[in-house]
Design a protein around this ligand. Structure first.
Ligand code: NI
Length: 137
């Protein structure tokens, strides 16, 4: 690995034991990688609280395409999204239910505003936004 600094960190033995069990269950090969992932997660979570930070995100929506005007409403919102939308995937789950995965990129405040609008659209039964920061190493 390039550009790695080794540091000693003090742990409570019981906590460290619990952490090792948890990270092994999650499939980590070593403790360092598990700790690095925790740090990345914290940095991403922190940056997502800053409305001006540029991030990428995926919004998952589930809706019944027969319900109200939902499909029309969602399409309308997406056409007025100020180029925040990078890609959209539509999956016909069954005769009624549709799943849409919308990939967004832009300022946190704009991604959240657009996502909230789509999640709040009448007929959407589930909506969740996951933000990621591609700049976190
Ligand atoms: Ni569909």
């Amino acid at each position: 690995m390039e550009n790695i600094i080794r540091k000693g960190i003090a742990f409570n033995p019981e906590q460290l034991n619990q952490f090792d069990i948890l990270s092994k269950d999650k499939g980590y090969k070593n403790r360092s990688e598990a700790i690095r992932d925790l740090i990345r997660k914290e940095i991403v979570e922190e940056s997502s609280t800053d409305p001006e930070t540029f991030m990428v995100g995926s919004l998952t929506l589930i809706y019944d395409h027969h319900a109200h005007n939902v499909q029309h409403e969602l399409t309308h919102i997406q056409h007025h999204s100020d180029s925040l939308i990078r890609s959209t995937m539509h999956i016909h789950i069954d005769e009624h239910k549709c799943m849409e995965i919308i990939v967004l990129e832009g300022k946190v405040k704009d991604i959240k505003r657009l996502s909230d609008m789509m999640i709040a659209t009448k007929g959407v039964s589930y909506g969740k936004l996951v933000l990621a920061n591609s700049r976190v190493q």
